[in-house]
Design a protein around this ligand. Sequence first.
Ligand code: G3P
Ligand code: CA
Length: 391
Amino acid sequence: MGTQESDEQTGGTGRRALLGAAVLGAGGAVLGLPGTARAADPRHGGGRGSGVKGLPVPTVIGHRGASGHRPEHTFGAYELALDMGADIVEAGDLVPTKDGHLVCRHEPEIGGTTDVADHPEFADRKRTKLLDGVSTTGWFTEDFTLAELKTLRATERIPANRPHNTLYDGRWEIPTFEEVLRWQNEQTRKRGKQVWIYPELKHPTYFRKLGLGTEERLARLLRKYGKDRKNSPVIIQSFEPTSIQRMNRLVGNPLAVLLSGAKSRPWDFVENGDPRTTADLITPEGLKEIASYAQGIGPTLDLIIPKDSAGRLTEPTTLVRDAHRAGLILHPYTMRNENPFLPADFRKGSEPDAYGDVFGAFRAYFATGIDGVFTDHPDTGVLAREDFVNS
Ligand code: G3P
Ligand code: CA
């Protein structure tokens, strides 16, 4: 099966140079380069200069907002991520509506994160579709106009792990990406500090085949709001390398290729007959090729430190070193406080909604030299970063 999702749930040279300082931040320390860790040390005001290199390292990225505390991809979750000190907010995962608007949902199917099932007027929209080779049943954004989607309200995806978040079910609507761009401006003004976002193009090949190509739509919006340049506070990510290559031709923003498990194959590769797997992409040659059109990678954490058969952390791979040597920064995904999402050696008890020793897990991952991390709990991510830079 090709993957566009994380395992746990189921131009060019100028821009490479731009990210160089970030690479030399955490990465330089790992490579033993003198004086480089200090340049990106938050104790010294974060990285130096403009663009990505001005961000603190390790960078704390609010995954779908502060989704450990509020239903994901809502302005409630996005705003809380900023309140908690996230350096970047993943706002959002992007999927299109029937009438071509980009909205913030993790996947096109919205039965798991909205109250659509409670809307009798949409009962006949329920479908079973093949989504990147996987039979999926539910309600799909591409079958709704934006006006129709706006009548829905967001709900908690994993109430068994996050019962408290259900308190907020029904409070927020589905944001559009255009609203996010305006919100970013408002929040930047209000907080007196540049707010960064990290949108992800979801299932771009699937949507292109439906006549709803998402890259051009994203590029148009970025241009409209003057956020399409190499120093713009918007990093773009996708699990499909050819989608990032397309973005590289359309805009100047920093770009990141997401990487799922080593045996997985990006869905665009499956569709195009490219036989390579993630294992091929993370070889020094594969990373060098990625660095010709992107500035970073977003690997699943297991590619940084694999787990044994009992789910305990083993030894780090060479991916951090190899990616840094290729000039790429690494923002792996995803840190979460709750037991089931932590390596077995950091769990406390077995309750699915209880927190484990997430600070211990952060320590292990930060020690590898990663440049940042996606986390559902930016508050613990910020404290863990503080511990790390002060240790
Ligand atoms: O974008 C990083 C991470 O979000 C990738 O995983 O499936 O949560 O979008 P996913
Ligand atoms: Ca994502």
